[in-house]
Structures are given as structure tokens and as C-alpha cells.
Design a protein around this ligand. Sequence first.
Ligand code: ZN
Ligand code: ZN
Length: 717
Amino acid sequence: MDSQYKAQEVEDAIYKTWEKQGLFNPDNLKSAKKPYSIAVPPPNITGSLHMGHALNDTIQDILIRWQRMKGMKAVWLPGMDHAGIATQNVVEKELKKQGQTRFDLGREEFLKKIWEWKEKYGGQILNQMKRLGASCDWSKLRFTMDEKYSEAVIKSFLHYHDNGWVYRTERVVNWCPRCKTSLSDLELEYKEQKTNLWYIKYPLSDKGGHIVVATTRPETMLGDTAVAVNPKDERYKKLIGQFVDLPLTKRRIPIIAYSLIDKDFGTGAVKVTPSHSFDDYQISQKHKLEMITVIDENSRMNQNCPAQYQGLKIDEARTKIVEDLTSQGLIEKIEEYSNKVPKCYRCDSTVESLPSKQWFVKMEHLAKVAIKAVESGKVKFHPKKWEKTYLTWLKNTRDWCISRQLWWGHRIPAYFCEKSEEKYIVSSTPPKKCPFCGECSMKQSDDVFDTWFSSALWPFTILGWPNQTKDLKTFYPTNVLITDRDIINLWVSRMVFSGIELTGEIPFTDVLIHATVLTKDGRRMSKSLGTGIDPIDLLNQFGADATRFGLAWQASGGQDMRFDESKIWAGKKFCNKIWNASRFVLSMTNSKQKFQGNKKPKPITREDKKILEKLEKIIISTNKSIEQYKFGQALQKIYGFFWHDFCDKYIETAKKQIKEPKNKKEPESTQQILGYTLINSLKLLHPFLPFITEEIYQKLPTDKKEKYLITSKWPGK
Ligand SMILES: [Zn+2]
Ligand SMILES: [Zn+2]
């Protein structure tokens, strides 16, 4: 063994050996019988490893390696998500540099560009996962836009459609004017913004006087169809049922009562703009109010506005409207105000609420299915508190808007009669003849599915669903899903009901929600804020084992991990300790000796007995900690055992027992105990530090019945 361990020089070669020998493939685990599977949360093809991924992958790899060594037919299923909006954005940015938009290229050419981009740059994150040591079965790599996967997406849509749960309607949705697509509530990021609260006088129609409404969005007043007050508000009781003349327009709108109006906000009277606010849309449904849309899909004022405002951008319209109201004496006052504005999570544009025709899936039945799976204990969350996040959302969820106006994604298999926008059929293949007019060739919907609609099928589709493949039968349901709390609602809940609905079985029995990695002082890690740590830098500087050590050490099961980089240094130091101890053990043994990892040697001295007993205890506690997903605890205990009990105490004793033995069997027996304890420590450490443990194991004199540590038998019974 070299005098120093150089992680960067050995890691790549070890990984390639494992891969070449097919050791990640469960079919090569000959004696393993019981299946154990984990489906990776598919990273976006645009993705690059960040600290959250690094923690997520480290945990998954610890579990897979542990189960593999415990004799399970363990498989970690890798893959990637096409990430509709994110990928489209990346390629659109490239186009923008050449002064082009996707509309200049047209759908087909643009998609070609994205595929080219994908071949060239997509999926670099997979190589980064390999550098971290991820023992995925790469022969099972899947991509959500693969042909087979796409067929499954269509199949699932047809299933929902045939059950009568799919419908298409106009509804107020979140609209990103830059991406030109609808977004779900979960795809918005709210950002604090300083603005004003404008108090506008709306003159009463029949008598003198006015009612004052307070608003942060004066420009939407052109689409007001009512003023609402709380029925219990004494100030306004007598005005309910009367009308106001909506300024700047020629319309009269009613004053209505609505019990959810907050008496304490502004003046207690609010304008109602059903087309441009979710809350107002709800009011309009109750009161059967007219909907007047005044902002278009490009965030400009449309033809429903008085001529002088048409075509203006929102900000311009706001300025002009406030000026016009001021000159008519209709602004009572302006207050400074700060509110939270919804932004597109991909491009940061301000998101508008707009009525738009979209596809929906009814959630009534599906939500119940998903709720039952967790309430009955069939699917368990760890830590348990995250159940509440999951259940609360499902119990309050609205129908799922599954359509997006993007080009990159699975196109909705609905075909419209060219003579009527309302007539369509849903079909897995393009229809030959239009059943409505009998002559047109029908046009497929321009919309694609929400990315989460396809990733909801992940755990079973990657195993071959809808075909009843051998892999599906063997590895589904998967065992545990390991993910971040941010996507409990977007993804976990949808996988649960999709799995049960489409395959009849839950997709996984356990959901492990790991900590969010924050900076040491508790801030969000962000590239743009310059507060992130790039795990690739850590891999370059310290190697994969030390990086994994730092992450696993701090994986306590808490909600947040304030990442302390000194733990990576500690990992590097520990690797050196293991290396040096191993060199020392080797130097103490004679050339003919072979170590036994699976046969416990007989102790002679009290110290022999003590170290072997300690080892037994550590094996039991490691199993227990990993079973409970307490990875930090497991690692800390093995660390303590190796450093203090083995290196500090036993190795020192061993020197004496070999050099100045009290009986003649002592040297040989001591050497065997050193070898046995070292091999078993390497095994216990392997899931955490896979590279250095394998590298050392390969250098030890063993009988080679277990050729590689990665597939060796886990210590203990
Ligand atoms: Zn956007
Ligand atoms: Zn037709």
C-alpha cells in the first residue's frame, strides 16, 4: 500500500471495475433472493448536482449498498426527467442569443433543437452521480420521453379519460406571460414586493356619494364586475344591492355581499375582477357574475379595455389609469404597501391570473385513494410529521390542471375537428377520419402534459408498465422513496394515486423526507445568491468518500441541515486514519497469512475478547440506526469504534501481543483478530465510504471467496 491515500487517483478506476463486473445489476447477485428496490427521483436533464442531490444520492446509495450486502436482490433504478418548462427555457435562452424565439423556428424545428441539446449537454448529472459513487443499475436507465415511457403516459391519460375524470374547460389559471403556459400553484414562487395600495372612489349610480375600494392592482379595475363587502360590515349594509358607475368605463356594476371579505383590509370594500384573481373567480361563481378579461396572454391590455388603454403593458396601464383617475378626482389616497407577488419558478416573470382553456383531471376519487394509502399506514412517511403536509394538501386540492402550453413534452392525445374547436376525440393513435364532419383530417391538441403528469408514473413505468415485465413483477412496489419536502405534493402524492389507480398497488411502502441542505448560517443555498457549495468542488478537492462522510455525518433526520464543511475535512482525516491503520495491520502480518472476514477468530487475551464484543455491538447498533434512517448516528458510532476502540486501543495492544507474546499462539491469533476486525469495519463503513473501503479490501490477504467488498456479506447473522 502507498504511504498516502489519494482518493482522486483511485475512485474512478474502482467505479469502472464495479460497473464492468456488473455488480450494480441485481441479476448478478446470484444468491440474493428477496427483492429490494429504490427508484431515483429523476433529476432534470438540465440538472447539475447540487448539495440537495448529493445528500439525496448519498442516502439512497447507503441504503442500496447496505441491502445488497445484506443479501437482498437490491436495485437502484436511475433515470432522468425531460423537465418540460426547464429544458424549454434553456434552449429558448440559447435561441435568444441569436435573436430568435421558438415561434420563429416553429414547433418541429424547435423540438429538433431540444433533442440535439439533450444529446450534447443533457444528463451531465448522471456522470456526477457516478463520481459520488452511486451504484445504480445503469442498464435500467430510463428517460421520461423515451418511446416506451411516452406510451405509458398516453395509456394513463386514456385510463383517466375512460373513467370520465378528464375534462376541458375555461378557468382562471396561473399564466406565465414569458413561458406562455399555465402553471400550477406549486410552480409559483412568491416574492415580497414594494408597491402601493390605491384607494379609488367608485361613484354610486343612483344617489350622490361613492364607495372607496382599496387595491394593489388598479389596472385590473377595467375588468371589475362587482364591488364586494362583508355582509356584517355595518358601514356598507345599506349599500348592498345598489350599483356603482365603474370609472373610466361605461359600465354599472353591483355592490354585493360576500362573507369572506376581510373588513379590516383597506376600506373593507373590494373590487371584484373574476378574470384576473382566483379569489374573485370564486366570488363570481357564487354570484353568477360576468367575467371580463382585460389582460391578454402577453401581459398587455386587450380589446375589452377602453381604446386608450388597449395594447399597453401592465405597468404602463397602471400609470395611465392612476393618472386618469387622479385627474377625475377619484383617487382618495395612496399608501405604501408591500405584498407577495407570484413569480414563475422557472423564469421569474410575474405570473398573471387569466381565464384559459385547459385540461383537468378530477381529483375527488384520486385524492381519496391517496389519502387512504397513508391514513391506513400502507405508505409511511419518515419523519412521520410530513404526513400532515401530504394529507392537508390532498384534502384541499382542486382539480389538477394537467395541460401546459409548451412544446417540449408529451403532447396530449386529443384530436379536434378542424371545423369546431369544441369537438374532439381522445385516442392513442391519430384518427383516420373525423367522426364529426366526416371529412377533415383532425388536428392534435397543441398542449403537452404537465411534467408531473408523466413523472407521477415513474416507479412502475421505469419497470416496464403497462407491460407485465419480469422487472415489474419482481421490483414493484419499490421499497422506499427518498426525496425532499418540496415535492411531497407535486410528486409524492401523485405517484401514490397513480400507482394505486393504474397498477392496483402502492408505488412504495416508505417515504423518507431528508433535510434541506442550508448554509452553515442557515441561509438557502443558491447559485445566484452565491451562497451555495458546489458538490463538484468538494469531489475535486476531497474525493467522494470524504464528501459522503460530511453529508452522512450530518444526516440527522432533522428538517434542515446547516451544512458544516469542516465535517468534510473530518471525513478526509478519517480516510487517512483508515488507510494508515490498514497499512499498519498489513505490516504486522506475515506473508502467508490469510484474513477471514466471515469466521470469528478465538480470543485469547482479555483485550481480544473486548474488541470482538465491541464489534458485535457496533454491528447491531449500525443495523438499527440504518433501519431507522439515522445515518449520521450509524456513521458516528462506527467512526468511534474504529478510531478509538480499534486504532487507539486494540492496535496498541496487538503490537505487544505480537512482539512480546505471553503464549505462543498469541501472535497468530492477534493477527487474525486484527484482520477480522479490519475487514468487518471496512464492511460496516462500505455503504458510507465505498471507494476507500473497496480499495483497501482489494489489497488485503483474504481467501478471495468474496472478491469485492461491494457484494460481500454484511457482518453479523
Ligand atoms: Zn415563466
Ligand atoms: Zn372534422
